[in-house]
Structures are given as structure tokens and as C-alpha cells.
Design a protein around this ligand. Structure first.
Ligand code: SF4
Ligand code: SF4
Length: 191
């Protein structure tokens, strides 16, 4: 049989409980009204990835796959391709990045990605960085596999959509050493 409640339990404890309620009513509300009000993230927040470009629009990715090998969740798939300065049969350039290779296929599976950032640490060209974009939910699995076209940085003024010839130097060394007169770099977001 249950013990009878003491006087303190009968009268004081409910009052004390309401005391907490009343105190809290006058405190600053910390609830965020997401998604109606979106607050900025911390500057180094790890969100959606971005494939960066050189200031002439060429891609920084060289298709080396180091990001894919570094990924603990096996979320990245890369296939490299070869650049060429010889125009194709239609006379179009076949150069997407400075140097020999570029990322022909690039996918990140956001069903697997844990946004740890190991891939961007592994990237030797700073082609891959992370933005602050965190709205990555969707209603189907296929749309959460982001293709290269979803990840490439937007073309800024002065940039030209690849493929095209190297505009900023005679070879990739000029790009990597920065020995060209360049507009502002294109990398954005947190690392
Ligand atoms: S952030 Fe981490 S889990 Fe996501 S793709 Fe990069 S290495 Fe893989
Ligand atoms: S993003 Fe960086 S590490 Fe990944 S394939 Fe491209 S150059 Fe290599």
C-alpha cells in the first residue's frame, strides 16, 4: 500500500513546479521557427559540397579520386577523363580543367554522407569544399545522389562554361602557382 503523502509533497511541491513554469514564461524564447525563419549557421558549418572553379570558369577537379578514397561512408563516386587541346569533330574544345585530367563523372550520395569533411581535407587542388547549405532532405532516394552539375560552383562574372582553352596561363603550372592576373577566387562557404 502506498505511503501517505507528506504535507510538503501535498502543498509545496505543486507550487514549486508552477514556480518553474512562471519563471520560464518571462525568459527569452529559444525556439527557432524553422523553416519559416532561417538563422545563419556557424561560418565553418559543414553543409552541401561544392566543386570549385578557376577564375576563367575551368574546373579545379582533376578526377584523382582521393576524396572518394578518403570517404569513410563510401559516398563519393568519381570517374576521371582526359583533357585535350585538340578540338573534337565539331571543332569544340575538349578541355574542362587545366592539366591532363578532369572529373568526368562526380557524384555524392547524401543518403550516405555524414558531412564529416574528410573528403575536402584529402582534395589536393581545393576543388572540393563545403558550403553552409543544410537543406538536403528530399522525398525520394534518387534525388539525393547529387551529380557534378548539382555540385559545380555557379559561373561568376568573367567565367566561361567549360570546355574551353586555358585563359589564364600557358599550362597548369600558371594556375597552381597563381602566376596569372586573376579576378577574385571562386571558393565559397566553410571548409
Ligand atoms: S563529408 Fe565525409 S561522408 Fe560526406 S562525402 Fe565527404 S568524406 Fe564522405
Ligand atoms: S574533388 Fe579533389 S580529391 Fe576529389 S577527384 Fe576532384 S581533385 Fe580529386
Amino acid at each position: 500500500m502506498a505511503e501517505p503523502k507528506s504535507l510538503k509533497e501535498q502543498f509545496w511541491d505543486p507550487v514549486a513546479g508552477f514556480g518553474v513554469t512562471f519563471r520560464t514564461m518571462f525568459k527569452k524564447v529559444v525556439t527557432e521557427q524553422y523553416p519559416f525563419e532561417k538563422l545563419p549557421t556557424a561560418p565553418r558549418f559543414h553543409g552541401r559540397h561544392q566543386l570549385n572553379r578557376w577564375p576563367d570558369g575551368l574546373e579545379k577537379c582533376i578526377g584523382c579520386e582521393l576524396c572518394a578514397w578518403a570517404c569513410p561512408a563510401d559516398a563519393i563516386y568519381v570517374e576521371g577523363g582526359s583533357n585535350s587541346d585538340v578540338p573534337d569533330a565539331d571543332g569544340n574544345s575538349q578541355r574542362f580543367s587545366p592539366g591532363e585530367r578532369y572529373g568526368r563523372v562526380y557524384q555524392i550520395n547524401y543518403l550516405r554522407c555524414i558531412l564529416c569533411g574528410l573528403c575536402i581535407e584529402a582534395c589536393p587542388t581545393r576543388a572540393l569544399t563545403m558550403t553552409n547549405e543544410y537543406e538536403l532532405a528530399d522525398t525520394n532516394r534518387a534525388d539525393l545522389i547529387y551529380e557534378k552539375s548539382d555540385l559545380l560552383a555557379p559561373l561568376l562574372p568573367g567565367m566561361e562554361q567549360p570546355p574551353h582553352a586555358m585563359r589564364l596561363g600557358d599550362d597548369e603550372g600558371d594556375y597552381y602557382r597563381g602566376t596569372y592576373a586573376a579576378p577574385a577566387p571562386t571558393e565559397g562557404g566553410a571548409r
